[in-house]
Design a protein. Structure first.
Length: 308
């Protein structure tokens, strides 16, 4: 039987991934490599949000960079302009982003496929342009800085690790819950799901809210990691990168989402020694993987692991 390589990412494999991430501060890494791993964990929350929205519910979004921007900038604004403590801003920012997710979810009632994609792309650009022009609030093209961060480097690493673990565990549990099964029914056939008693509008909206909340939380972590916010960090190509991560990880695999986020985030830096050829090789590796990863015989790999 041939299936995706991410079928291996089940069971206790998740503990291996998070176990390795947990010992990294103890082992000690150069600061930049450590930063890239943390950026991978931050991206993992966005990819998990897309697993729920796209993988479970079948709603394709190319505007998640806009949701991350809402979370990041709302955190920065609440800390600097409103003077709220970072912990309070951490709690409120994802909730505000979830409310924005409600607004983004309404078009999904009537639109699907490429029409919904266009709406989400437009949303992402609207957010970026608003941030760019609200100079007095966001700093506009000059960026925003000077806001306080939640924790020091090591504490932040473990805080992020806990959040990503809980989000991965929650997405796994959601998959086989009543809500997750309703999501999947909508993905397969909205009309049939409606006939079977599933409130399609309610669960579509819920999917957008959960996805937006995770994206907003990722935005808060991004603000804390970088210490500086700029509209260019939330352009449409960032949304495309998130979509690439969820496709590579397997659109219904939360653990695969975490692993692909870590790998795709780190890969350009691992190839930095290639200098001008770096991005060409990066694109080629991703192209080859996406083209051929579905024809790998996973059953034979499982047998190989069992022998060892």
């Amino acid at each position: 039987m041939k299936t995706k390589i991410t079928d291996l990412l089940k069971g206790k494999f998740i503990y291996l991934i998070f176990g390795v991430l947990a010992v990294l501060p103890i082992i000690g890494l150069p600061s930049y490599q450590f930063y890239m791993i943390e950026r991978g964990m931050q991206n993992a929350l966005v990819v998990l949000s897309l697993v729920i929205l796209l993988g479970y519910t079948g709603q394709l979004s190319l505007g998640h960079a806009g949701l991350v921007a809402v979370g990041a900038y709302s955190y920065g604004i609440m800390c600097t302009i409103l003077g709220l403590p970072p912990v309070v801003a951490l709690i409120i920012s994802p909730v505000l982003t979830a409310i924005v997710g409600v607004i983004l979810g309404f078009p999904s009632f009537k639109l699907k496929g490429p029409f919904l994609v266009v709406i989400t792309i437009a949303f992402g650009e609207i957010v970026r342009i608003l941030v760019l022009n609200a100079v007095d609030i966001t700093g506009g093209p000059y960026g925003m800085k000077g806001y306080p961060v939640l924790f020091s480097d090591t504490a932040m690493h473990y805080f992020m690790l806990i959040l990503v673990f809980l989000a991965t565990f929650g997405a796994n549990r959601l998959s086989n819950s009543y809500i997750g099964l309703a999501f999947k029914a909508i993905r397969e056939d909205e009309v049939a799901a409606e006939l079977m008693g599933v409130n399609v509008r309610k669960f579509k909206l819920l999917s957008f809210v959960i996805s937006a909340f995770l994206a907003g939380l990722s935005g808060v972590l991004f603000a804390n990691l970088t210490g500086y916010l700029n509209p260019d960090s939330f352009a449409s190509d960032t949304s495309a990168a998130y979509l690439l991560m969820v496709v590579i990880g397997g659109m219904t695999s939360p653990v695969g989402a975490v692993l692909s986020a870590l790998l795709v985030t780190a890969l350009p830096e691992l190839l930095r020694f290639l200098q001008d050829w770096r991005m060409i090789i990066y694109g080629l590796i991703l192209f080859i993987y996406v083209r051929f990863y579905q024809v790998i015989n996973i059953e034979s790999l499982k047998k190989l692991f069992k022998r060892r």
